[in-house]
Design a protein around this ligand. Sequence first.
Ligand code: NAP
Length: 321
Amino acid sequence: MTMPAMVVSEIGQQPQQIPWKIPAPAAHDVSVKISACGLNFADLLMIKGEYQDTPVVPFVPGMEIAGEIQAIGPDVTEFKLGQRIAAFCGHGGLAGETLVQAARCIALPETMDDVTAAAFPIAYGTSHLALGHRARLQAGETLVVLGAAGGVGLTAVEIGKALGARVIAVARGQEKQALARTAGADEVVDSETDDLLGALRDLGPIHVAYDPVGGAAGEAALRALGPEGRHLLIGFASGDLPRLRPNHLLVKNTTVIGFNWGGYLAFAPDVLRESLAELVKWHAAGRIQPHVSQVLPFERASEGLEMLRTRRATGKIVVRL
Ligand SMILES: NC(=O)c1ccc[n+]([C@@H]2O[C@H](COP(=O)([O-])OP(=O)(O)OC[C@H]3O[C@@H](n4cnc5c(N)ncnc54)[C@H](OP(=O)(O)O)[C@@H]3O)[C@@H](O)[C@H]2O)c1
């Protein structure tokens, strides 16, 4: 069937709305009628060809979706027609319908609406697994979160608080800092300060740094860690890698932890599924409150991507289909 979709026809060119066709689902796939698609900074990287899993052109961006199952591959047993799901589709989300492996879908409870569900898996899944499973953040420890009003950053603030940590949020400007406080941050620091390292040291000792920004801010957070600190490498939204000096790591017994949420699908899918199942329960219990700052109609999807590119987005942006 043919439907409208935002299609990247050439790497580096902005997606354009053109008709798009998908085949019938293969054995382990489902076809999803998409109702909402969450935007991510990684969509920008993919459009530029800089993302680790950039598909060949032409492709449809949009990594996470919510919707209803329209058709089912012959070997899929865990879902039924008409069921509401959220999925980490990787790409294909900015379209009326997409194919996705059943293993990438989670059934949605009544407690979660489609807009929330489309904003949920990547941001919450990343912060939950990174802070809990990888960094083993403990109650009473101090966590610093860079990009703290962004998609993953805001969930790191919330989850850090839910795990009992004291949270320092680094974000640019009063509006973003106020949002980080609403999510539970105990302290806020402006990311534009001349001396981020000094400001963080004043608030230390810091046990865990959550770094989706990299560059100079990432370096400051790493250097502000106390002995046996753990630095989570989440992403490089600044466009620069943080410099990691082995002599500094050695002297302070620092651990640098690489983290790739999507990687768990390949090597430990159960870890990822259990984390999402727990997060859905947390949401139902009101322990976490997703912040969707913008819900845009499909025709305005490019505006949402532009807001991410220009650092104007807070929390998550969701496109309605
Ligand atoms: N490792 C993983 O599994 C994983 C999963 C999800 C996302 N990520 C990565 O995490 C990063 C953030 O993703 P996101 O979706 O949360 O993005 P986002 O919503 O755009 O948030 C990024 C934040 O980074 C800060 N920033 C600093 N310099 C920036 C710049 N030059 N351009 C844009 N933002 C800048 C901004 O905060 P201020 O303006 O307040 O400084 C912004 O709020 C991306 O690199 C993404 O690929 C990694």
